[in-house]
Design a protein around this ligand. Structure first.
Ligand code: ATP
Ligand code: MG
Length: 249
């Protein structure tokens, strides 16, 4: 279908470990339409961050295929994936990944400057203000609290207005009010810019706002609720849990 923006087919991720190979993700398949919102939930260690990294082209699966828009990223090398990421993807990491030697403003402006965007500085200021950090432009990451660093990371991802925004626990370090503000911004972007949202979250309230929720447990996709179309099966994923809202951990 033309407006399928993300397609995942039979993805496995195996990593070598001391004794034996460790299967982190097993046989994950689903697809997502442009401008949809998807929450990925499940217990700690289930494989959510690993999956998000694969979907965004930051890492490669051991087997299986992933398409971002028209690009089959699993057939590309790192350079090709980097090009697709620059064109389509924004990412908010669980660990923020801010550059310690750059101020908040420089961190937010850098990806836009690398993309040759002329109004990078002005947009960076605007987005830092949107996340409530108008007074922190010149602070370095180590001078910011965990929640403030998270908000800089969110501003950096938003400011590029990506077609797909991947966010790993975007409200994980925030109090409820600030978390709500960040969630509102996420869904504003989703609605105004048609950005597809793919969020990993432990927060029931955030997952509830997404059109679709998939649950990963022990590296497997165990339930899919909402308008999920599992590859090869246009109906809801058949599972004991599939009629229930996904359990939040
Ligand atoms: N490079 C790696 N080598 C070995 N094991 C790994 C590697 N990356 C992840 N794992 C393991 O894979 C599992 C899934 O990790 P992942 O970070 O995806 O979990 P998660 O669902 O995001 O958990 P959390 O909710 O705690 O963030 C974990 O057991 C982790 O220890
Ligand atoms: Mg994680």
């Amino acid at each position: 279908m033309n407006d399928t923006v993300l397609r995942v087919n039979a993805v496995n991720k195996v990593v070598p470990s001391a004794d034996d190979d460790l299967a982190i993700l097993q046989d994950i398949s689903f697809s997502l339409q442009q401008s949809q919102s998807l929450a990925i939930v499940g217990p700690s260690g289930a494989g959510k961050s690993t999956l998000l990294g694969l979907l965004a082209g930051l890492d490669v699966p051991t087997s299986g295929d992933i398409w971002l828009g028209q690009h089959k990223i699993t057939a590309m090398n790192e350079e090709g994936r980097a090009r697709v990421r620059a064109e389509l993807v924004g990412f908010v990491f669980q660990t923020f990944q801010l550059l310690g030697s750059l101020t908040a403003l420089e961190n937010v402006a850098l990806p836009m400057e690398l993309n040759g965007q002329p109004d990078a500085q002005a947009r960076a200021r605007d987005y830092l203000q949107k996340v409530g950090l108008g007074q922190r432009f010149k602070h370095y990451p180590k001078q910011l609290s965990g929640g403030e660093q998270q908000r800089v990371a969110v501003a950096r991802a938003f400011a590029c207005a990506p077609k797909l925004l991947f966010a790993d626990e975007p409200t994980g370090n925030l109090d409820q009010a600030t978390g709500e503000k960040i969630s509102d911004l996420l869904f504003e972007l989703n609605q105004q810019a048609d950005t597809t949202l793919i969020l990993v979250t432990h927060e029931q309230r955030l997952a509830d706002r997404c059109e679709r929720v998939i649950t990963i447990d022990g590296g497997r996709l165990v339930s899919s609720v909402g308008n999920a179309s599992v590859v090869g099966d246009e109906k809801e994923h058949q599972d004991n849990n599939s009629q229930q809202p996904a359990a939040m951990i």
